[in-house]
Design a protein around this ligand. Structure first.
Ligand SMILES: NC(=O)c1ccc[n+]([C@@H]2O[C@H](COP(=O)([O-])OP(=O)(O)OC[C@H]3O[C@@H](n4cnc5c(N)ncnc54)[C@H](O)[C@@H]3O)[C@@H](O)[C@H]2O)c1
Length: 366
């Protein structure tokens, strides 16, 4: 067992720590015990996949720390991130007589993190929450920053709030059982942080890509820690997403359009974001912000990671129309996060003509 790093998210009274390491899942009981005024009943919300893989370690840890514990299971899948499932969980919490200070442990990927986080934020007006992320996407992104939500039939994440956890416990060894496709998709978000953060981290990723994807524990711990640190600094500046936090959406404008156009079933989020970043790079180039070598740097790295660069079957008009639909729904102008250079993102309005031209360039990629 090795605790690699502890990262602080400084948010005044809502500050918390992110513990990153290998084999640290077994410390969950003692760590939860250290939450001030913590109740003695730990509620672990998870899914059957995670429970089968890691349930025993968590069970033993809570037993050792002398907690009464309950595992509440949610079936595996995005479709269960719903108000109906939240409501079922409220019933189960009441059935085990969970009280205001009893902690909820969100143990799983982003789906469990968002759903269990939403339940923790709303049950009895809010109970302690601990995020224990087990996918790369959840470790570098969704477990940090306090966005919790469920989906609505009209759209993803439409019902939710900001609710920071008491701490995040990230054990990178859990990634060893993650399907390779999920790992690669999560890595798209890591690459996103690389382009947003600056030369040092991006070069590190370029140099060590293969070993990271082979899950060298030291390297993965370093990568996850760095991503959490980047996100923490942005969230500290803009906790409720009124400004700076928007840069985390690099690659997401077109990524979201692709996901929506394909009914959220064909592509994993990270795969769509990969294509979205390639498009954003071409748009930045077309807009005169970056030269072609930075576009090519995106292409090379994403390709090496085994991520998609383009979707030949989706035409530019369909994507453009979908962007317009998304924008209308969110009441925003035609806004993109683009790079001026590695580590220098800007948020700018872009004309449809430039987007079209860039999408055409992407379509022509080999
Ligand atoms: N709150 C935020 O800030 C934020 C940010 C990004 C994404 N999200 C949300 O995250 C969700 C996607 O999360 P995700 O990509 O983690 O998907 P997920 O939670 O569905 O997990 C992907 C799959 O991997 C399995 N799995 C998880 N950990 C495993 C492990 N260690 N070993 C083997 N299998 C494992 C899961 O059971 C699931 O089948 C979406 O709902 C999205 O909206 C939230």
């Amino acid at each position: 067992m090795k605790l690699f790093e502890t990262i602080e998210v400084a948010l005044g009274g809502r500050s918390y720590k992110i513990y990153v390491g290998s084999g640290i899942l077994s410390t969950i009981g003692d760590r939860v015990k250290s939450i001030p005024r913590c109740g003695r009943k730990a509620i672990v919300i998870t899914n059957p996949t995670i429970l089968n893989l890691f349930g025993e370690v968590v069970r033993e840890s809570f037993l050792k720390a002398r907690f009464e514990y309950h595992f509440l299971e949610v079936p595996d899948g995005e479709e269960y991130k719903s108000l109906e499932m939240a409501s079922k969980l409220y019933n189960e919490l009441l059935a085990v007589d969970a009280q205001r200070f009893d902690p909820i442990i969100a143990f799983g990927g982003g789906v469990i993190g968002d759903l269990a986080g939403f339940v923790a934020a709303t049950y009895m007006r809010g109970v302690p929450l601990v995020q224990v992320p087990t996918t790369l996407l959840a470790q570098v992104d969704s477990s940090v920053g306090g966005k919790v939500a469920v989906n609505h039939p009209r759209g993803k994440n439409l019902i939710g709030c900001f609710y920071q956890p008491n701490f995040v416990l990230t054990d990178v060894t859990t990634l060893k059982t993650l399907p390779k496709l999920e790992l690669k998709a999560g890595f798209a978000e890591v690459i996103k942080y690389g382009f947003l953060q600056g030369e040092e981290f991006l070069s590190f990723l370029e140099k060590n890509l293969e070993s990271i994807l082979k899950l060298d524990e030291e390297l993965v711990s370093r990568v996850v820690s760095e991503c959490c640190r980047i996100k923490a600094r942005i969230v500290e500046e803009d906790e409720r997403d009124f400004g700076r936090r928007a840069i985390l959406n690099y690659g997401h404008t077109i990524g979201h359009a692709i996901e929506a156009l394909t009914g959220y079933r064909r592509f994993l989020h990270g795969e769509a974001i990969s294509v979205g970043m390639v498009c954003a790079a071409f748009i930045a180039h077309e807009f005169g912000l970056i030269d072609r070598s930075l576009v090519d740097r995106h292409i090379r790295l994403l390709k090496r990671a085994g991520l998609p660069l383009k979707l030949p079957e989706l035409d530019a008009n369909a994507i453009l129309n979908q962007i317009v639909v998304d924008k209308k729904r969110r009441g925003e102008a035609n806004i993109f996060v683009l790079l001026k250079a590695v580590g220098s993102p800007v948020v700018v309005g872009i004309s449809s003509r430039i987007v079209s031209k860039a999408l055409e360039d992407v379509r022509r990629l080999d």
